[in-house]
Design a protein around this ligand. Structure first.
Ligand SMILES: O=C[C@H](O)[C@H](O)[C@H](O)COP(=O)(O)O
Length: 226
C-alpha cells in the first residue's frame, strides 16, 4: 500500500470518524482535507445531531449532504472540532488559513473540547513558517499591518483576489521562521487592524491524525489533558 497525497488526506479524515460520539454537534473545518471529513461525516449523519461550520463553503457542503448546520451562537460549546492544517509541528501547533478561513476556524476551535487535526504527511514540519503565514486584516489597515510585518522580519504579500467570509482581506507573510509560535501569534494579534493570524499555538490540536503513504499515524499532544 502506498497512498497518494489525496488518499492520505482521505484516510486521516475517515480515521477522525472514530472520535465522533452519538448525538454530538461536530465542529467542522475548511479545505480539501476537511471536505473529505465532511464526506465521511455524511456516512454517520443519522447518529449525530449536526455540525457547526467554520466557513460558508463547508456549510454548503454539509447541507448538500443533508447534515444539519447550526450557528455557533445556538450551540455554544462543542465536544470536538476537526480540521486540516497548512503546517503542523511536533507540539501540534499549526499554521492555518491557506483557504482564508482562519478566523472562523480559530473561533470554532476555541469552543471545542477536543481539536483533531487531519493532514497528509507533507504538513508535518520541524519549524513553522515555510508556508506563508496568513493574516486576516480589516481592509483599511492593510498597509499598516504590512509595515508591521516587515518590522517582525517578514515579507508581506496581499492576497489580492481574496475577500474572507467576514468581508476582510488576507496578507500572506513570507520568510518567517516561527521558533516561538505562542509569542508571535500574540504579537501579531496586538497590531491594530489584525483580526487574527494563522498561527494556532495558543490553542493547538489535541490529536493529529497524519495520513502517510503507509496509512494513518496518531500523534497525541503531550501537553494536552484531552
Ligand atoms: O483556511 C483554510 C484552512 O486553514 C485549511 O485547514 C488549511 O488551509 C488546510 O487546507 P487543506 O486541507 O486543503 O490542505
Amino acid at each position: 500500500m502506498s497512498l497518494t497525497v489525496d488518499q492520505q488526506k482521505q484516510a486521516a479524515a475517515r480515521a477522525a470518524i472514530d472520535y465522533i460520539e452519538n448525538d454530538w454537534v461536530v465542529g467542522v473545518g475548511t479545505g480539501s482535507t476537511a471536505n473529505h471529513f465532511i464526506d465521511a461525516l455524511a456516512t454517520i449523519k443519522d447518529r449525530i445531531d449536526g455540525a457547526v461550520a467554520s466557513s460558508e463553503a463547508s456549510a454548503q457542503r454539509l447541507k448538500a449532504h443533508g447534515i444539519r448546520v447550526f450557528e455557533l451562537t445556538a450551540v455554544g460549546e462543542l465536544p470536538i472540532y476537526v480540521d486540516g492544517a497548512d503546517e503542523i509541528n511536533a507540539n501540534l501547533q499549526m499554521i492555518k488559513g491557506g483557504g482564508a478561513a482562519l478566523t472562523r476556524e480559530k473561533i470554532v476551535a476555541q469552543c471545542a473540547d477536543k481539536f483533531i487535526c487531519i493532514a497528509d504527511e507533507s504538513k508535518l514540519v520541524r519549524v513553522l513558517g515555510q508556508f506563508p503565514l496568513p493574516v486576516e486584516v480589516i481592509p483599511m489597515a492593510r498597509s499598516l499591518v504590512g509595515r508591521a510585518m516587515v518590522k517582525l522580519g517578514g515579507h508581506p504579500a496581499w492576497r489580492e483576489d481574496c475577500v474572507t467570509d467576514n468581508g476582510n482581506w488576507i496578507i500572506d507573510v513570507h520568510g518567517l521562521t516561527i521558533d516561538e509560535p505562542i509569542k508571535l501569534e500574540t504579537a501579531i494579534n496586538q497590531i491594530p487592524g489584525v483580526v487574527t493570524n494563522g498561527i494556532f499555538a495558543l490553542r493547538p490540536a489535541d490529536v493529529l491524525l497524519l495520513g502517510k503513504t503507509s496509512g494513518v499515524e496518531v500523534f497525541k499532544n503531550p501537553a494536552s489533558a484531552r
